[in-house]
Design a binder for this molecule. Structure first.
Ligand SMILES: C[S@@+](CC[C@H](N)C(=O)[O-])C[C@H]1O[C@@H](n2cnc3c(N)ncnc32)[C@H](O)[C@@H]1O
Length: 224
């Protein structure tokens, strides 16, 4: 994408009522007014709150919001020019129960209060295979601790990935640390049993992996 196009999207994001772009200092200095207030102030209801971390263009968040009008969805990504797509679609199609937050996932517990979140989706994260990149892997122990902070005690995490490495790494870590694996499937379109929302919606990256005939895997778990 050209830089002109990106700038246009950044400018448009600023005008969208469903896009939130707190600065790092607003978040870390506890000045972000929606922390703990997402339901009441953003969605104006008391419905469950679901996050999609690393939402990219936001297709999953938008499609889930359409499928579950009685839940609220927030797509989180550091790249505003990507989620501009989902935010614009939500505005054009009048989908009130989805919003987008531009931030680093590392700051997630500064954007959401303890126990504010019911469910998390992590869709096609970069597996960060190299050892020195482990700290950026979105299911490492430090990230799981952050997710645990914002999730309700009964909250669940869903991981969908094309990466055998990411799938195996996450399962190993969950079992080793005594977290609760509720369901795991190493090829969701071939092996029956996945929840409907796993196979009925595809993200942008997922569509590309499916064209290459890559198996898509899925894990649903609770962090203890
Ligand atoms: C491989 S893409 C997947 C996008 C989308 N979920 C999909 O399946 O099409 C990973 C996304 O995660 C975002 N991301 C990676 N690390 C992040 C971080 N630490 N904080 C916020 N976003 C991050 C990237 O900007 C990118 O949009």
């Amino acid at each position: 994408m050209g830089s002109k196009n990106k700038l246009k999207r950044f400018r448009e994001n600023e005008t969208f009522s469903n896009v939130f772009q707190p600065t790092r200092s607003e978040l870390v200095d506890s000045k972000f007014k929606y922390r703990g207030q997402w339901r009441k102030e953003v969605f104006k209801n008391v419905n469950p709150l679901v996050l999609e971390l690393g939402c990219g263009k936001g297709e999953y968040s938008v499609a889930l919001a359409q499928k579950y009008p009685n839940k609220n969805f927030v797509g989180v990504d550091i790249k505003g020019a990507r989620f501009w797509r989902g935010a614009k679609t939500a505005i054009e199609e009048h989908i009130p129960n989805v919003a987008f937050l531009r931030t680093q996932i590392e700051l997630i517990d500064h954007a959401f209060a303890e126990g504010e979140v019911d469910e998390i989706w992590i869709t096609f994260p970069d597996p960060q295979i190299k050892y020195k990149r482990t700290k950026h892997r979105m299911t490492n122990a430090v990230f799981l601790e952050r997710y645990k902070k914002v999730l309700k005690p009964e909250g669940v995490v869903n991981l969908k990935t094309d990466s055998e490495f990411m799938h195996g790494y996450t399962l190993g870590l969950l079992h080793g640390a005594g977290h609760e694996v509720l369901y795991a499937n190493h090829n969701v379109y071939k092996q029956e049993g996945s929840p409907e929302e796993v196979t009925s919606i595809q993200t942008y990256y997922e569509s590309q992996y499916l064209e290459q005939n890559k198996p898509i895997t899925y894990i649903r778990f609770k962090i203890k």
